[in-house]
Design a protein around this ligand. Structure first.
Ligand code: ARG
Length: 461
């Protein structure tokens, strides 16, 4: 980067800006990624200005040609970014003036960097939300495939991380599918408010020029226009909404990560993650570490931090624009990049998860996970639920003492606890019986899981 002097606001200054203050105040290091949106916004603004007679048709053409040339220069890596020009907006405007002289100097008529930057971020975020939503859907589609393959695979379902009841692995995967569906809904909803145009708010109060905001909005594909100029330049709640939605998605990925980490440990041994998504230890030769889910779990903290940053940056700011707002960008950009990367790595990894069905099955057998089924069985035979609970508790205690699962006790042993128990009890004490008995909308019976997958596939299209 060079340090060309900034003349765009220097008129009233008698002293040059302190060298370190130039660097301290500059945002070009990170806001240059807004360049395509800045150019898009400027082209629309110039078009509107010419339509209302503020720019001549020739000036407009010069400006648009110049902006397209700048876009090419940036894409080719030939654009010379200058720290002294502070930000992406002034870098582009200064180059435009080099290219097309006075026409370039007229572009900023009826506009301020305050409404310009707010517009740029919204254009950027509108695009990014589409990309994030697509990546979530790719992960969801991978989850559906895995769920379908494993609809009949039994593992222990946990509460309090204690084995609770047998569930289908497919059902478990579909729980994450549901969370991610809500995540997409939240993003799409937030996108409506992102898709609102601040341009025309100018510095804070609007402008004296006869601008046509509806036309600029139409050119930029904005659904709505910010209807208060002070709010237009200073509002960042659209970005906070995105950061909240992103935090929630990361929280979901973090829960999923935690389970993958636990399941791939030797102690659980329910799944195998492929070597390509794990790393070894430099000291312990036996290790295969689930780095990818661990990192996603870790990066969740970073995204929460970004949400807290922006909330705190906005807290107590008086209207309208303040330089504080420049600090909105890094948390936002970092969240977009982090979220996209985490979703990408998960969407790539999920299809490679290998399930260890026997281990899951045997582990389910160990936890007395069909105890509720025995209680329900006794209720159906006329015992009040509380009494049934007590009877089953005693049989579990007996099982623990004799190191046998309930299904491994003999009819005689079971009848000691309640003489209503008959031979048909063994149908419901099996893991398969327990699983298949939960056969209603939203429950874990494999045919319900398959039906849920079918509905979900339709919703993804
Ligand atoms: N770089 C600034 C930002 O990111 C652009 C707006 C500057 N406006 C101003 N009045 N200094 O917020």
């Amino acid at each position: 980067m060079t340090t060309k002097t900034n003349q765009s606001w220097g008129g009233r200054f008698n002293e040059p800006t302190d060298e370190f203050v130039k660097i301290f105040g500059a945002s070009v290091f990170f806001d240059k990624i807004l360049a395509p949106y800045d150019i898009q916004g400027s082209i629309a603004h110039a078009t509107m200005l010419s339509e209302v007679g503020i720019l001549t048709a020739e000036e407009k053409d010069q400006v648009i040609k110049g902006l397209n040339q700048i876009s090419d220069e940036i894409n080719a890596g030939e654009f010379e970014w200058s720290v002294a020009l502070e930000d992406v907006h002034m870098n582009i405007e200064s180059r435009l003036t080099e290219i097309c002289g006075d026409a370039g100097k007229k572009l900023h008529t009826g506009r301020s960097r305050n409404d310009q930057v707010a517009t740029d971020i919204r254009l950027y975020l509108r695009d990014q939300i589409d990309m994030v939503a697509d990546e979530i859907k790719r992960l969801q589609s991978a989850l559906l495939d895995l769920a379908e393959k494993e609809a009949g695979t039994i593992l222990p379902g946990f509460t309090h991380l204690q084995a609770a009841q047998p569930i289908s692995f497919g059902h478990h995967m579909m729980a994450y599918f549901e969370m991610l569906s809500r995540d997409v809904e939240r993003l799409v909803d937030a996108q409506k408010r992102v898709n609102t145009m601040p341009l025309g708010s100018a510095a804070l109060a609007g402008t004296t020029y006869p601008i046509n905001r509806e036309r600029t909005a139409e050119l930029l594909g904005f659904e709505r226009i910010c209807t208060n100029s002070l709010d237009g330049v200073s509002d960042r709640d659209f970005a906070i909404e995105f950061l909240s939605a992103a935090s929630i998605t990361m929280m979901h990925l973090s829960r999923f990560s935690e389970e993958l980490i636990l399941w791939s440990s030797a102690q659980f041994d329910f799944i195998e993650l492929p070597d390509s998504f794990c790393t070894g230890s430099s000291i312990m030769p036996q290790k295969k570490n689930p780095d990818v889910p661990e990192l996603v779990r870790g990066k969740t903290g970073r995204v929460y931090g970004n949400l807290t940053s922006l909330l705190t940056i906005m807290k107590a700011q008086p209207l309208a624009y303040n330089k504080d707002n420049q600090e909105d960008k890094e948390p936002l950009f970092d969240t977009v990049d982090t979220l996209k990367a985490c979703l990408r790595v998960f969407a790539d990894m999920v299809p490679t998860i290998e399930t260890k069905r026997d281990n899951m099955y045997n582990s389910t057998k160990k936890g007395y996970t069909t105890a509720t089924d025995l209680a329900d069985y006794l209720v159906k035979k006329g015992l009040p639920f509380r009494d049934a609970h007590e009877v089953v508790g005693q049989s579990v205690s007996y099982g623990i003492e004799h190191q046998k699962d309930l299904s491994e006790l003999s009819l005689e042993e079971l009848q000691v606890f309640d003489d209503r128990i008959e031979n048909d009890v063994f149908d419901i004490l099996s893991l398969e019986g327990s699983l298949c008995a939960r056969d209603h909308l939203g429950a874990t019976a494999p045919n319900q899981v398959k039906a849920a997958i079918k509905t979900a596939r339709k919703s993804l299209k």
